[in-house]
Design a protein around this ligand. Structure first.
Ligand SMILES: NC(=O)C1=CN([C@@H]2O[C@H](COP(=O)(O)OP(=O)(O)OC[C@H]3O[C@@H](n4cnc5c(N)ncnc54)[C@H](OP(=O)(O)O)[C@@H]3O)[C@@H](O)[C@H]2O)C=CC1
Ligand SMILES: Cc1cn([C@H]2C[C@H](O)[C@@H](COP(=O)(O)OP(=O)(O)O[C@H]3O[C@@H](C)C(=O)[C@@H](O)[C@H]3O)O2)c(=O)[nH]c1=O
Ligand SMILES: [Mg+2]
Length: 311
């Protein structure tokens, strides 16, 4: 195989889960930085370690960005093996393969690694203690990646949403047109995070490592910054307040439309198979201080996201 030694050659960036909320934004945001390769589930099944290995060996990327995950929080309670295969074992394989080829890994994790006790935002070194299968599988993925020895960054985020995909905002907007009342939990505290903000943050981080460095130095810079970072929307709210604010703004956009009234309820009044943390707040100061990225306030992202949703 001919090896191109031209230093201006565009590096390959492997993005998993390109059909997902964060993945689809990453495919767009990272296209400016390199040749994005985004295999679908049919080409790279994360539940199958061999297919993950094979794709990485073929693509030989400089960066592996892994937003793919098993994200069905309630369903994971009855499918723990599959959740762990995708959220933990695949991440281990990605780490092992990245180490072999000196690729940097950017991975995403969740507020659900915490048990949600306390009422102050969690910092990266706080003890993780997941209360759901999903949270446990994501924590196992974090640990497997750290143990792999690959240069990596893990961005723990929360309550991801955007104008497309499956998320709380789109669910509420839909249900609010169909029903008279909606009941929404008001005792889980956290911050909605825009999928695009995460993608732009990722592009910023890669660009920062690439700026002015040759290829070997890039990975060194990245490796020096290896570790866990909290990356959630700025500010805080509850699911209830988020729903109320979303509908308030949507009413301004659609004055004639009737929307459901929203009733605040407690978590105990909304039984689900998986437990969810009451405190999902993530302190994002490390991201700002070490990587120079300030996440967007959720009020601002909400306005921008609503403006992108076709009426
Ligand atoms: N959504 C949220 O609220 C939050 C998400 N996170 C984390 O952020 C990251 C991005 O989440 P988000 O974008 O919302 O996730 P989505 O659920 O929107 O997307 C998940 C992606 O993973 C892919 N995927 C799932 N299983 C497999 C598999 N076996 N093989 C290949 N691909 C697979 C899906 O592909 P397909 O389209 O084929 O199903 C899809 O592209 C994840 O790591 C998640 O854990 C963290 C906090 C909050
Ligand atoms: C639709 C609906 C949800 N809820 C509650 C359930 C839950 O506590 C909360 C949010 O609902 P969701 O189904 O979006 O919750 P969930 O799927 O748990 O969202 C989580 O997804 C994973 C992937 C993460 O990593 C987390 O950060 C978080 O975003 O709102 C209501 O109270 N009323 C409603 O009508
Ligand atoms: Mg969900």
């Amino acid at each position: 195989m001919a090896v191109n030694t031209d230093s201006t050659v565009r590096e390959r960036i492997l993005v998993t889960g390109g059909t997902g909320q964060v993945g689809s934004e990453l495919v767009k945001a990272l296209a400016l930085l390199g040749d994005v390769v985004a295999p679908g589930r049919d080409e790279m099944d994360l539940a199958n370690a061999e297919s993950v290995r094979a794709v990485i060996r073929t693509v030989q990327p400089r960066w592996i960005v892994n937003p793919a995950a098993y994200t069905a929080v309630d369903k994971a309670e009855s499918e723990p093996e599959l959740a762990f295969a995708i959220n933990a074992e695949a991440v281990r394989t990605i780490g092992e393969e990245a180490l072999r080829i000196s690729a940097g890994v950017i991975h995403f994790s969740t507020d659900y690694v915490f048990d949600g006790t306390g009422s102050v935002p969690y910092i990266e070194t706080d003890a993780a203690a997941p209360v759901s299968v999903y949270g446990a599988s994501k924590l196992a993925g974090e640990r497997a990646l750290a143990q792999s020895g690959a240069a990596h960054m893990i961005f723990r985020t929360s309550w991801v949403y955007g104008a497309r995909g499956k998320n709380f905002l789109l669910t509420i907007l839909k249900l609010a047109r169909e029903r008279e009342t909606l009941r929404v939990v008001a005792d889980q505290h956290g911050a909605p995070t825009w999928s695009r903000d995460l993608a732009e943050m990722t592009a910023h981080v890669i660009r920062q490592c690439e700026d002015g460095s040759d290829q070997n130095r890039q990975l060194e810079v990245f490796a020096d910054r290896s570790g866990v970072y909290h990356a959630a929307g700025a500010g805080e709210t509850t699911w209830y307040e988020f729903a109320v604010e979303a509908l308030r703004l949507q009413k301004e956009r659609e004055p004639g439309q009737k929307f459901a009234a929203i009733e605040a309820i407690s978590t105990t009044q909304y039984p689900t198979p998986a437990r969810r943390p009451a405190n999902s707040r993530l302190d994002c100061r490390k991201l700002k201080d070490r990587l120079g990225w300030q996440m967007m306030d959720w009020h601002e992202s909400l306005r921008k996201v609503l403006a992108e949703i076709p009426q």
